[in-house]
Design a protein around this ligand. Sequence first.
Ligand code: SAM
Ligand code: SF4
Length: 331
Amino acid sequence: MIDNHNREINYLRISITDRCNLRCVYCMPKEGVSFLGHEDILSYEEILRIVGAAVKTGIIKVRVTGGEPLVRRGITDFLTSLTKVGGLRDISLTTNGIFLEDHAEEIFNAGIERINVSLDSLSPGRYRDITRGGDINRVLRGIRKAHDTGFSPIKINVVAIKGFNDDEIIDFAKLSIDKPYQIRFIEFMPVGESALENSLGYLSNDEVIKNINSFSPLKPVDKDHGRADGPASLYTLNGAKGEIGFISAMSHEFCSSCNRLRLTADGHLRACLLSDEPTTDLKTPLRNGCTDSELETLIRDLINRKPGSYETGCQQIHRRKCATNMSSIGG
Ligand code: SAM
Ligand code: SF4
């Protein structure tokens, strides 16, 4: 469906849980996180009904995220059911990779071939610090296993943070040379309480690009040949098997090409990552017995209210910060 700002809305990100086995400093508070109860979370059946209705509005692409999706029981069966929803052309998963080695084969066999793994440092100590206790070796083994299993593409999400990992930018970029990985630098976004509490240093992707260019010139991947990748601008290094992507939500205008909706684990459909409004509660009508066509109408209504570039979206981030943690929205 085309929204009121002439954008084709065809992408739905689904957070299947607000729980996580890590506590990244920019995403979750150290302790005192109040998780949703079992009853408050959408069941897999409810999510599948929403996806079915969303497909009727024109959604063709779905990403499963969290919290950490691999901590929710029954995910493999859910993914199998998701691949059977007619009309979806692209289903992918974002994970912190801690449980990936154990689950890669079953996820792949469920029909998911595209995966994003978050990794903000290549140093075991720093990784432990930023995730508050994570073991990088498990993530590295998970990525290798995903590669050996046949996942393609494998995208590695790196939140670039000044004073934390800015001296590792070139090492991350080099990972794209020998392996067909897409290294994606994501600008840190001040979303949610924990991001605001932690005085993490903002690093623009322009600085990241400058840094990589000082090592080896980045060549843009030709967008006219179908290689544009959502909000990421894609580049490659000379002779590299992989690519380098930049997601510059803070420094560059982002809204005019935004094609997505987000479903939170407690059943709220959000029109904008960076604004808590507008949002539609789908769980209550679902549990009150609404029909699929009523569900579809609710989704269409939200798409019609999706903010444009100069309304309530990213442009206001510096003034009106979104209060919901990333772990609830799903990134
Ligand atoms: N747990 C999974 C993971 O870490 O990949 C999936 C959920 S996580 C919320 C999705 C993505 O959002 C991750 O790549 C994470 O680095 C990113 N993210 C979380 N908080 C962020 C923030 N404040 N700014 C930028 N990216 C953020
Ligand atoms: Fe968990 Fe992902 Fe948030 Fe880190 S970024 S705390 S792994 S949900």
